[in-house]
Ligand binder design. Sequence first.
Ligand code: PEP
Ligand code: MG
Length: 319
Amino acid sequence: ARGKLARLLHTPAVTLDGQKVELLANIEMPDDAASAIRAGAVGVGLFRSEFLFMGRHGKLPNEDEQYQAYRRAVEGMQGLPVTIRTVDIGADKPLDDTARNVGYLNPALGLRAIRWSLSEPAMFLTQLRAILRAAAHGQVHLLIPMLVHASEIRQTMALIDHARVQLDNRGLAYGPVKIGAMIEIPAAALTLQVFLKYFDFLSIGTNDLIQYTLAIDRADESVAHLYDPLHPAVLRLVASTIAEGQAQGKLVSVCGEMAGDISMTKLLLGMGLRSFSMHPAQILAVKQEILRSDTSKLKPWAQAVLADDEPNRRILVRP
Ligand code: PEP
Ligand code: MG
């Protein structure tokens, strides 16, 4: 089956009714860019930068080390866009064993991702400068995780401006970036208009969106059977984010595990999604599903799935 899929490597991801779909890669380290290219990704939709920060016994990567790492990813993608997400430390991704999150009762609800970054502005500015400098070498999109308050958005934007000023003052070159927000907390999906005011693009993090919508710890095996991507509440938040974002002409992508799950491809297409970011190993299988899809049939079916109390039944009979 693998050999057969490999023949799709250079086939454009277009549905039967001519809808073009963007298939992007999720990566964790700069050298993963090579596997993204080998898998036929047209860019990186999620570079989880926290992997540069983890397991270093509290000694964080400095600006130059980060700049070199981001630059390597950007150059590795050979002109294709690279979406670098600012550090998402905390919860299931502690800095190291002695990290501040250990011992907290609810680390997933604690000081993680942008919350941690805003509480450590010197650390955050260092990362922002490194990303902006890497943007001088290719197409870079800057992605911010776990935002929920308008005030956090404004603080983040102010720090990005400040990082540019610091680079100007130091006479260091940097490039332009598009700025996007992860939509991965229900409150963000429910107040999407605020996000649309500030951001160029959105990326739906379904892993956390499911966790926070259903109150299921994504790392807790004892409730894993309740972690249901097809819960109607989850599907409605995903669908409304896609529709509201696109209605304002913004690119909306999904970068959670849902994007790489072939049993979800047709539903996401039916909801209007045209940009998927996933582990490189999933790209060809998802492409095969796209090549067999007709969005004119999937759209009314997706509406029916969304209206269903138990979408699980309907998803089994995809058009
Ligand atoms: C997500 O939450 O869906 C996501 C892509 O981010 P992470 O899995 O790194 O939290
Ligand atoms: Mg997340």
